[in-house]
Design a binder for this molecule. Structure first.
Ligand SMILES: *Cc1c(COP(=O)(O)O)cnc(C)c1O
Length: 463
């Protein structure tokens, strides 16, 4: 019925409102999250903010956080038995959706033989070989247990390898909660970082240069002054933790060149883009080889895994081969390695990324066309199977272009959709993920509800 209205472009407000209220009867909006609310109240007594990771506390959206209890394919269920189409996908790892059979089977097979030995296992070797065989610049790697740990280790390695201490990062890129990278830009084109968290000495932040994305001039200025003191530049080549800030390929190519010219290592933080923008991530997509790469999220098939790796010569500096110390009690955990191998094996199907990208593009472009037709200042930029619900039509390439006040609109969007069975990450700065379990009919269902949400927001209707 909603489609009908749009097809005939009947824009009379009263008619739209009338039909919307009919739609409301047809669309379930009676979601109650009583149980989640109670559990959250209890959890607040035991955990800071009631959570294990801050964004989960729903501080930027309406209502208590949702306690999920089950996932299957593209859908999740909460403790009140509400069902949602999930676009958060555990923040990215679940590229096959929830509980894909072959990953679940690999986990069960492995866990039945013991959960951890603290020795090398065949499972880590198999995952390592699979990665090495399919990612040309990944000559050697080390497994760790999270994306943060991978980044922290890669930074230490870059400093050890180059005997330099400064790091350059970009404003708007997130690299986990690594001390030297939890820094904001100061005021100015090229600045040393200002700690963005209490507990990080300014002397740490002072080792980190921060420059804007999408800005060759700022990079050049930074390199002209500090180029020979910089150990590494770290970038999310597809910045997807502060909106989706798609970079011009020329900018990334310039970055590669200037790093090479100054003997600075280029670290691609592909924790979110790795195995998402194709198997070889953003590096493969743009045809640019980093010196070091970090992975997380998808690499563990839903289990906690991270990895860093790169050229043989650089990785040769890692202990016990070299002087850069890095270790982990549960690193290369057999259950997690088996899960990662099962998940990544499915990604190697030649059609896998083509299909996923097409589904995502069709989904986003349909919504973009709708927003255009109605003049709503909204768009969904996308790459691979990542998209960003953005309350602007501008092409946004750096963090300062995001209008913070648009997050009020995201709040309404999030709540409207949560009430109708669509789960987005609880912040307007977060991207959405399409998994292989989100088939065309599921995306169609989501798309209709997203269009209704936009109608409500832009026609200032009650939520
Ligand atoms: C998620 C993410 C991290 C941090 O990974 P954790 O596993 O949460 O520690 C680092 N870098 C990027 C690009 C990420 O998306």
């Amino acid at each position: 019925m909603r489609i009908g209205i749009h097809r005939f472009s009947l824009k009379s407000v009263s008619l739209v409102i009338k039909v919307n209220s009919m739609m409301e009867e047809m669309t379930e909006i009676s979601y109650s999250r009583t149980r989640s609310g109670e559990l959250y109240e209890e959890a607040k007594q035991y955990f800071p903010g009631g959570v294990d990771s801050p964004v989960r506390a729903f501080k930027s959206v309406i209502g208590p956080p949702v306690f999920m209890k089950k996932g299957d394919g593209a859908r999740v269920w909460d403790e009140d038995d509400n069902e949602y189409i999930d676009f958060c996908c555990s923040w990215g790892p679940l590229i096959h959706g929830h509980n894909p059979r072959s990953v679940a089977e690999a986990i069960h097979r492995t866990v039945d033989l013991g959960t951890s030995f603290g020795t090398p296992t065949i499972y880590g070797l198999e995952l390592g070989k699979l990665l090495n065989a399919n990612i040309p610049f990944l000559e050697k790697l080390r497994f760790v247990s999270s994306g943060t740990e991978a980044v922290m280790s890669a930074i230490r390695l870059a400093r050890g390898y180059t005997s330099r201490s400064k790091i350059l990062k970009f404003d708007g890129c997130y690299h986990g909660h690594v001390d030297s990278l939890l820094v904001n830009a100061g005021s100015g084109l090229v600045t040393f970082g200002v700690s963005s968290s209490a507990g990080i000495p300014e002397s740490f932040a002072a080792e980190t240069l921060v420059v804007p994305l999408d800005d060759e001039t700022a990079l050049k200025v930074a390199f002209d002054v500090y180029g020979h003191e910089i150990a590494a530049v770290i970038i999310e080549p597809v910045p997807a933790n502060n909106g989706l800030l798609l970079q011009r390929p020329e900018f990334l190519t310039y970055l590669r060149k200037i790093c090479t010219d100054f003997g600075v290592l280029l670290i691609f933080d592909e924790v979110i883009s790795g195995f998402r923008i194709g198997f070889t991530g953003a590096a493969g997509h743009y045809g640019i080889e980093p010196d070091l790469v970090t992975y997380g999220k998808i690499i563990g098939g839903g289990m906690p895994v991270g990895a860093y790796g790169g050229r043989r010569e650089i990785m040769g500096q890692v202990s016990p081969d070299g002087p850069v110390y890095q270790a982990g009690t549960l690193s290369g955990n057999p259950v997690a390695m088996a899960a990662g191998k099962a998940a990544l094996s499915m990604c190697l199907n030649p059609e896998f990324y083509v299909n996923l990208e097409k589904l995502t593009a069709d989904f986003c472009e349909d919504i973009n066309a709708f927003a255009d037709e109605y003049g709503y200042d909204f768009s969904m930029p996308h790459i691979g199977s990542i998209f960003w619900p953005c309350f602007s039509k501008q092409t946004i390439r750096n963090a300062s272009q995001i209008d913070a006040s648009s997050m009020e609109l995201f709040k309404k969007f999030h709540f409207f959709l949560l009430q109708r069975g669509i789960y987005f990450g609880p912040s307007g700065y977060e991207v959405g993920f399409v998994s292989a379990a989100h088939d065309a009919s599921i995306l169609e269902e989501a798309s209709e509800k997203i269009k209704m949400a936009l109608d409500h927001i832009y026609q200032n209707e009650e939520l």
